[in-house]
Design a binder for this molecule. Sequence first.
Ligand code: GLP
Length: 241
Amino acid sequence: MEVIIKDNYEEVSQLAAEYLINTVKSKNNAVLGLPTGSTPMGMYRIVIETYKDNNISFKDVTTFNLDEYVGLDKNHESSYSYYMDKNFFSHIDIKKENTYIPNGVAKDMEEECNLYENLIRERGPIDILFLGIGPNGHIGFNEPNDFFEPHTHLVKLTEDTILANSRFFDNMESVPKKAITMGMKSILSAKKIVMLATGEAKSDAILKSIKGKVTPQVPGSILQLHNNVTFILDKDAAKYL
Ligand code: GLP
């Protein structure tokens, strides 16, 4: 495991963007695993700027997002699908049909989870997967649990996560209570994993993920089992290391 500590959010975003760009430059049909949330916003912005200034193309790139809220369709402003279009996909030359995000309004959720899992298997392996982390250690939407869920699955969000994510909604009541997320096996099957974390609110989850025991109570701790993972942190997120 590699841990890189940067001075601030901008430097974390810059380095993360370099990982993404270098992956696409060295493999034009790369498969990317992508996160949402506030943390990767800077990375997407820098990748878009680099895309505009340089000769890189995403036209053969495939992407898999980690998760999506249940009950929000892709036009809902708080859906992760909407987020991805707004913050990344609409600014680059990626083909929409190569961008996969779980369908949060699928009629049959079990079927949707299986479909997504099969797609990752068929189109993968993911070359590089970027992750954020929740203050409670969740990755994707794999919440603290008694066991590690291997495959794409439906999850009931914890109160902590609903509260943490309520900033993206008008009020607590409108935050979905369920989500679809890639499971741990899907995450660990990526060839390379890059975890981004900034700010003090993530410092405890980061300490436990890097130095604690591997336990489903701290989902991020499973990354200790992967042989090619890089944590890119700012000083605040790294303060207990
Ligand atoms: C959400 C997402 C995660 C993300 C986490 C951290 O719950 N499902 O994939 O990593 O929040 O988000 P943020 O970067 O906004 O702190």
